[in-house]
Write a protein that binds this ligand. Sequence first.
Ligand code: UDP
Length: 338
Amino acid sequence: MHVLVTGGAGFIGSHTAVALLERGHRVTIADDFQNSSPKVIDRIEQITGTRPGLAAVDLLDEEAFDAAFASASPDAVIHFAGLKAVGESVADPLRYYAHNLGSTFSLLKTMKRHGVRSLVFSSSATVYGDQQDPPYREDGGRLDATNPYGMTKVMLERILSDVAESEGGWHIGLLRYFNPIGAHPSGLIGEDPNGIPNNLAPYILQVAVGRLPEVNIFGDDYATADGTGERDYIHVADLAEGHVAALEKLSAVEGARAWNLGTGAGTSVRQMIAAFEAASGHPIPAIVRPRREGDLPRSWADTTRAASELGWTASRSIADMARDGWRWQSQNPNGFAD
Ligand code: UDP
């Protein structure tokens, strides 16, 4: 299959491009490099021996995107492109709604014009809000979110489902990611956040490599085993393989279908710090701070649906995630910057 990967130079997009190429699919990446580096394209080629096609285009530029789409002529799309910083979305909701919704509208209109109706969408476990206790089930109730970033995912899931209902022929997978971390085992691609990381794993890695002094533990008085927050961390390579599995099963889906991509197990902040200390061989100082507003105590996936319908389960351990994350960070202490 020839797959157009929007946001394919980003963290999850680049690992998915690698997984697709390794499965023998053709890949064209559409990315405006607003939050990613063109170096990723070279690294994907280094890993796989195949250079993906590239459309350096902003999805919001409908004319340019349409031309790029026509020239690539893909069979299916995996849509990663979008803004994803929770704090930024609270500070500037209009930008987040306009960008994430607008770029998806442009994509859907373009796909319709060209008769392409197979789409895998990057959603997030954030759509579960605080409506359920873990493990979160895809059909466990109303979707909700506690911030504008998360609401763009809730809204886009709804919009995609409405589009799929409105006419036959659409095959849409809504992939709800838990907490993707780690990196390709080559150390050539990985997560490269702008500024000070918001997420735990990249923050720990920057402490391990000496860019930041200590990890802030946001609360140790939760009703969890050691009092710190528990999350379902998933190796980005497992997540990438989940996309390939969803894409290959998409033709069996009439309309839109949601699948959780997680491991089904929770790991605490303190356990994560210990795993990265073991992987890096560096002490990782940490200090307990107040709870971060909006954080849930615990989150993990019910993985039954993805296992039975996609034939996919995550196989890599927390130790694998810490080892591969550390390899990426130690080989590229400044990410993709020179
Ligand atoms: N966390 C933390 N310090 C940090 C960043 C995160 O203690 O600097 C905690 C956070 O409270 C949560 C877990 O680590 O329990 C994962 O947070 P992250 O932001 O990575 O993911 P999310 O909250 O979006 O699931």
